[in-house]
Design a protein around this ligand. Structure first.
Ligand SMILES: Cc1cc2nc3c(=O)[nH]c(=O)nc-3n(C[C@H](O)[C@H](O)[C@H](O)COP(=O)(O)OP(=O)(O)OC[C@H]3O[C@@H](n4cnc5c(N)ncnc54)[C@H](O)[C@@H]3O)c2cc1C
Length: 472
């Protein structure tokens, strides 16, 4: 086992820190980050382990996918966010196993001890047993997914710009979004705005009337978790903007460039160059892994059924929060939704609970404060369900913008996003429409080099980057 050098060089003196209990937090998303903030400066030493070196603001991923903002506008390095607190260490690595008996997590070939473990590893997408659909219809869970959706869409539009065949053009200019929850509606609304307005002047050959965004869902209304009035308002706005709704239509199959839908009229094929998937969520695999290690029950989505204090039954030192847990200790017995608000409140409460336990105090039981839910459907248009108060249109958009700006954990991103939103609304132009991640444009591509030079035997000069021959 690797020796624990961790914290030895830090101030305050190592002896004090070494005696402090060790809280390991897995996952620096909404829940894990909040727990970190709550433990910063407290008499515990904290290790935050994440497989990415940044915190991602998932609610705005659709804006990256549709070229409204860039990757760094919705993500911030964890080291800058919490790593500067003297009692917090940030480590990059994927936790692959947990040993509850030895009180250790396993990552990067290390076994790492803990006194308290907070698991906040979130959730991923699921294709309900049809994993072969994943490469054909990318999900929207991480930055790379959003990049991939943007790349596919922009590549299709570039090809359409050079295509004479109207049938092929129609295919290239069609996008299918599967799933009409908030993420699907937001993506569909943003894509139709992009295709009908934002690029109208940029792509001169495109036939804008052929640009189609089709939103598909097996249920009978969009935004099914919101009040029917808001669903109707959102559906009306989307249709007016040009989005085609295919509701009560189940995806039967996905093949390259084709989605087969089963609805009231039987099986219907839908041809589209770009297909996106926002339909299914499944808890991080650490949920099932911990269930195997501890016997903790999980629900159908792989979420751990935790105790009222978010601990795993029989293991008061292990807590699961955020999308990873199913919290059923609510007044109506329904699980808390897999959303940012509950995740943040859970992370903060568990951190306070651990501190209280160390001090021999007990904390008020966890009470979720429901702040409502929102979805932005277009520029200046959002729907908001604020605990029974229903707001639509511009007022909804202002509430949405304020709530998201307040929730964004990074001040610089807050300013950047607000500026970009205003710029986009004023000009209808998008600045992040970059095609990156092309397989033929990666490291090692012969940019600026003559082919003959590339294929020549390397000599000493070629090995030195600074003296590599450039094209005249
Ligand atoms: C496209 C989209 C739009 C959304 N829109 C909204 C919205 O408008 N409003 C809202 O309230 N909610 C929204 N949500 C849901 C919300 O983002 C989640 O509920 C929230 O992120 C859950 O927080 P979390 O801390 O549990 O997990 P996450 O925020 O997902 O964080 C999990 C972290 O764990 C890390 N991790 C995972 N596995 C490991 C491992 N094995 N080892 C180490 N690190 C690991 C990940 O890298 C990640 O940083 C949206 C989600 C998506 C995908």
């Amino acid at each position: 086992m690797a020796p624990e050098r961790f914290f030895l060089e830090l101030d305050p003196p190592a002896c004090a820190l070494r005696d402090w209990p060790h809280v390991v937090i897995v996952g620096g998303g909404f829940a894990g980050l909040k727990a970190c903030h709550a433990l910063a400066g407290k008499p515990v030493r904290v290790t935050l382990i994440d497989k990415r070196n940044f915190n991602l603001f998932q609610p705005l991923l659709y804006q990256v996918a549709s070229g409204l903002v860039s990757e760094a506008d919705v993500a911030s390095p964890l080291r800058q966010m919490v790593g500067q607190a003297p009692n917090i260490q940030v480590l990059l690595g994927e936790v692959v196993d947990i040993d509850p008996q030895a009180r250790e997590v396993v990552f990067n070939d290390h076994r790492y001890g803990y006194d308290h473990l907070i698991l906040a590893s979130g959730s991923g997408s699921t294709y309900f047993g049809r994993e072969e659909w994943r490469p054909l219809a990318p999900p929207m869970k991480i930055l790379e997914h959003a990049d991939e959706i943007r790349r596919r869409l922009l590549m299709a539009l570039e090809e359409a710009e050079q295509t004479l065949d109207p049938e092929r053009r129609r295919f290239l200019q069609t996008v299918v979004v599967v799933g009409a929850g908030p993420a699907g509606c937001e993506l569909a609304g943003s894509l139709i705005e992009l295709m009908h307005r934002a690029i109208r002047r940029d792509f001169k050959q495109l036939d804008h009337d052929l640009c189609r965004v089709v939103l598909v869902d097996p249920l009978e209304r969009v935004l099914p978790t919101m009040h029917p009035k808001l669903s109707a308002a959102a559906a009306g706005y989307l249709q007016q903007a040009g989005v085609e709704l295919r509701l009560q239509a189940k995806v039967e199959a996905i093949a390259p460039g084709r989605v087969s839908l089963r609805g009231a009229d039987g099986l219907q094929p839908l041809e589209a160059a770009t297909i996106c998937w926002t339909a299914g969520v499944r808890a991080s695999r650490l949920g099932v892994l911990l269930a195997e290690r501890t016997g903790c029950p999980v629900d159908r989505g792989g979420r751990l059924l935790v105790e009222p204090d978010f601990s795993v039954p029989g293991h008061p030192d292990i807590h699961a929060v955020g999308d990873l847990c199913a919290y059923l200790h609510t007044s109506d017995g329904k699980p808390l939704p897999g959303m940012a608000g509950p995740a943040v409140q859970m992370g903060g409460w568990v951190a306070a609970h651990i501190l209280a336990r160390r001090e021999g105090r007990s904390l008020e039981p966890f009470r979720f404060t429901d702040l409502g839910s929102m979805a932005v459907i277009g520029p200046w248009y959002a729907v908001a369900d604020l605990r029974g108060l229903h707001v639509t249109g511009l007022a909804g958009w202002i509430l949405w913008a304020l709530a998201h700006l307040a929730f964004i954990p990074d001040s610089e991103n807050r300013i950047t996003l607000f500026t970009k939103w205003m710029w986009q609304i004023a000009t209808r132009q998008r600045t992040a429409l970059l095609i990156t991640g092309r397989p033929d444009q990666h490291l090692g591509v012969d940019v600026g080099l003559f082919r003959a030079e590339l294929h020549a035997e390397p000599d000493a000069a070629d090995m030195d980057e600074d003296s590599a021959p450039l094209a005249a």
